[in-house]
Design a binder for this molecule. Structure first.
Ligand code: NAP
Ligand code: MG
Length: 406
């Protein structure tokens, strides 16, 4: 057995729930542990363990990423009423992703994984569209309440060094609902910087869109910050690199994206990025064909899959039925985190391993061995073969073994 590759600095691992937890274990056993010697700081974000620790484990995991710099996360259940019942939880804990993102701040970049035998549903897309999703604020850290009956809604703002100021918001004629969103200028500036930096490093155009015609302070505020930042720090660099930044209304951006060739970074506010990255992923094959990384302005990175815990497949798995769940995005979470660790630690053999792992995964699909979600979309060939969850990881392991040791 060849000597294992040493990962120099501790990696933060966050385990998750359901089918992704099952795949996570297989990936570690078949694709990572045989080749890597790693110090892992492990956090079990299984919903029951979050419940047992009153969600302290999620906070500890985010702190560990702050300490070591790179975290790799499995998908996790965000509990709702059904999940509270199913897992007998104390309460519907907040989304762990929301908690972690709020502690790290930053921007989530999501990029589809292109394989030669699957064409995007949008025929004009020749290159992957990367989404840059602001990871702070908006509906994910909102305040909301039910308005029980007719009455006046006011917002009170008390400056830390001043007097309370009450602003009328709405006269409810009858019962209703209300939501209050907030954001921080500092966070939006770092969102803008992260997007300009990413576009420049990848040499791709940057599009930014919000609903600034309707939301004249909140959404227009985002646009203004991007404009100021671009004029001040990026205009010349973009010109030199031959790339463009432009802002357009989100409605216009959505229409134009559908007719574009792709290949740009599309910066979006938190909610817009959440929803539209799923649309891009699904148009490129499957939710499992999308990479996702949170880049924090403090130099912390969190790699994850963009999809959820694949609940329906998990119930089948529990029933002893065969599943064909796609582990691509989870594998790319590991390869992305390992590559970043290698860059930060200056360990080229770790970077090389990450590259080979991705190549082995792509070669498996391009060679015709794939899970059910992809088989339905792939170019029809007699050599195409549908494999189950374990079979897919085994096939990648075989390719990886060949690539690493011939
Ligand atoms: P999901 O897990 O993303 O799955 C939705 C559907 O997409 C699946 O039923 C499956 O379609 C397909 N799919 C997603 N990932 C796949 C994969 N790797 N391989 C094959 N097919 C895949 O979303 P959900 O079922 O709405 O949510 C389940 C749980 O995940 C929820 O509790 C939610 O809170 C959580 N969630 C977590 C994250 C995160 O941690 N990042 C993100 C989103 C949701 P078919 O059934 O048609 O095969
Ligand atoms: Mg989403």
């Amino acid at each position: 057995m060849a000597k294992k590759i040493k990962v120099k600095t501790t990696l933060v691992e966050m385990d998750g729930d359901e089918m992704t937890r099952v795949m996570w274990q297989m990936i570690k056993e078949k694709l990572l542990f045989p080749y890597l010697e790693m110090d892992i700081d492990y956090y079990d974000l299984h919903v029951k363990h979050r419940d047992d620790t009153d969600d302290q484990v999620t906070i500890d995991a985010a702190r560990a990423i702050q300490k070591y710099g790179v975290g790799i996360k499995c998908a996790t259940i965000t509990p709702n009423e059904d999940r509270v019942e199913e897992y007998k939880l104390k309460k519907a804990w907040k989304s762990p992703n929301g908690t972690i993102r709020a502690m790290l701040d930053g921007t989530v970049f999501r990029k589809p994984i292109f394989v030669s035998n699957i064409s995007p549903a949008v025929s004009s897309w020749k290159k992957p569209i990367t989404i840059g999703r602001h990871a702070y604020g908006d509906v994910y850290s909102n305040f909301e309440m039910r308005i029980p009956a007719a009455g006046k809604l006011e917002i009170v703002f008390t400056p830390s060094d001043g007097h309370a100021n009450s602003i009328p918001v709405f006269d409810f004629p009858s019962k209703g609902i209300v939501q209050v969103n907030h954001n921080l200028e500092e966070s939006i500036v770092s969102f803008a910087r992260a997007c300009f930096t990413y576009a420049l490093s990848e040499k791709i155009d940057l599009w930014f869109s919000t609903k600034d015609t309707i939301s004249k302070i909140y959404d227009a505020g985002f646009r203004e910050i991007f404009d100021v930042e671009f004029e001040k720090n990026w205009k010349d660099k973009f010109k030199k690199a031959g790339i463009e930044y432009f802002f357009t209304l989100i409605d216009d951006a959505v229409a134009r994206i559908m007719k574009s060739e792709g290949g740009m970074l599309w910066a979006l506010k938190n909610y817009d990025g959440d929803v539209l990255s799923d649309m891009i992923a699904s148009a490129c094959g499957s939710l499992a064909m999308m990479t996702s990384v949170l880049v924090s302005p403090n130099g912390w990175y969190e790699y994850e899959a963009a999809h959820g815990t694949v609940q329906k497949h998990y119930y089948k798995h529990l029933n002893g039925e065969d599943t064909s769940s796609n582990s691509m995005a989870l594998i790319f979470a590991w390869s992305g985190g390992l590559r970043k660790r290698g860059e930060l630690d200056k360990t080229p053999d770790v970077i090389n391993f990450a590259d080979k792992l991705e190549k082995a995964a792509i070669a498996t699909v391009e060679g015709g061995t794939m899970t059910g979600d992809l088989l339905a979309l792939a170019e029809k060939k007699s050599s195409n073969k549908k494999v189950n969850t374990q079979g897919f990881i085994d096939a990648i392991a075989q390719n990886l073994q060949k690539m690493l040791h011939g």
